[in-house]
Design a protein around this ligand. Structure first.
Ligand SMILES: [Zn+2]
Length: 366
């Protein structure tokens, strides 16, 4: 029996020394020292042995148990240390490595940032920002803006008409026919319907025309401006646009108004800003012609004018705008500019289509 104790002690001792993990060690503890294991059973059976055997067997078995317990505890300590070491090794942080490369974060599209810049200029002058529908009625897009029934812009080659899904139910009237708005100007009458004078608003938004080349795309952006008050003159328009030109293109800019024609302003003007590339001289320091203004010294940036009194006639008096817009009492100016045109001039963008191709190499430059 003592031999068996000795054999068990050796067998268990070898296994404990070879245990590779805390879990494996716990299994060995149960196998050799657990309640149903052989060694504890033998200890319990000592009482049944012949008296002369009890002392020697009991002592050997007890010693074996204590020795194995100590061995297990020692091995457990070693294994815990090894596992900690392994985890430290695996989780090691090399503080000398460079940080993870910064994740690219998004940025505003050049047209969005330009639009916001423009909005900020006019907000600073006391204008408020409004928005309006992109699917517009012929009434607001053309009629209420004093376009004659035969105006060429109404042609189906120049305007996207929205065709009713059910052609047996045509628009109630030609005025309620729908188009994709060709400009932001329809919001002039809508804004006046919704607010009494004095009115100072800018209206940014998408507009649509069936054009496509390096300087035209079927969809582009405009900002409309409208100021209606008592005693508004062309001088107010010029002063407002001078502030705009200097905020957007530099402190030294000048503006020039040239007579033009628009159906809904009278008089109408085209507005030029002195070229910021050649400082309005038309030629560069090396004597070559300025490519931006093509030697003119001026850049055409927008159309504007005094609101045609006829337009006020299209503004019904509503509860919201009471007492309405009386052309005898109010005057106003309006202007409209292309956001793309401003962005292209300001950043030297040669082709309008770049703004819509979403090529990151282009977009990341702004
Ligand atoms: Zn120039």
């Amino acid at each position: 029996m003592i031999d068996r104790v000795q054999a068990l002690r050796e067998e268990a001792g070898g296994a404990i020394a070879a245990a590779g993990s805390v879990e494996a060690l716990e299994e060995l503890r149960v196998r050799y020292l657990g309640r149903k294991a052989e060694l504890p059973q033998m200890l319990r059976a000592v009482a049944e042995l012949a008296p002369e055997q009890r002392g020697a067997v009991g002592k050997a078995a007890n010693e074996a148990r204590r020795a194995l317990e100590e061995q297990i505890q020692a091995r457990a300590g070693e294994l815990a240390g090894e596992e900690l070491q392994a985890r430290l090794q695996a989780d090691r942080v090399d503080v000398t490595l460079p940080g993870a490369p910064p994740q690219p974060i998004g940025r505003l599209h050049v047209l969005t940032s330009t639009r916001r810049e423009l909005e900020d200029v006019f907000l600073g002058l006391g204008f408020t920002v409004m928005e309006g529908p992109e699917v517009e009625t012929v009434h607001y897009n053309f009629d209420a803006l004093n376009h004659s029934p035969t105006h060429p812009a109404r042609a189906r080659t120049d305007t996207f008409y929205v065709v009713a899904e059910n052609p047996t139910r045509p628009a109630a009237s030609p005025q309620s026919e729908l188009v994709l708005r060709t400009h932001t100007s329809p919001m002039q009458v809508r804004a006046m319907e919704a607010h009494p004078p004095p009115l100072y608003v800018v209206i940014p938004g998408r507009v649509y025309r069936p054009d496509s080349d390096a300087t035209h795309t079927p969809q582009f952006h405009q900002i409309e401006g409208l100021a209606v008050d008592e005693d508004i003159t062309l001088g107010d328009l010029k002063g407002t646009l001078l502030v705009f030109a200097r905020e957007m293109f530099g402190e030294e800019r000048e503006v020039r108004l040239r007579p033009h024609f628009f159906p809904f302003t009278e008089p109408s003007v085209e507005v030029d800003v002195s070229c910021f590339h050649c400082s309005g001289r038309g030629f560069l320091a090396d004597g070559s012609r300025c490519y931006l203004c093509k030697g003119e010294g001026w850049l055409e940036v927008l159309g504007a004018g005094e609101v045609d009194p006829n337009v006020y006639e299209y503004v019904p008096t509503t509860p919201a705008n009471a007492p309405g817009y009386d052309p005898e009492k109010v005057q106003g100016f309006a202007f409209g500019m292309g956001v793309e045109r401003i962005a292209m001039l300001k950043h030297g963008i040669p082709d309008l289509r770049l703004c819509f191709e979403n090529d990151l190499r282009f977009l990341e430059q702004f």
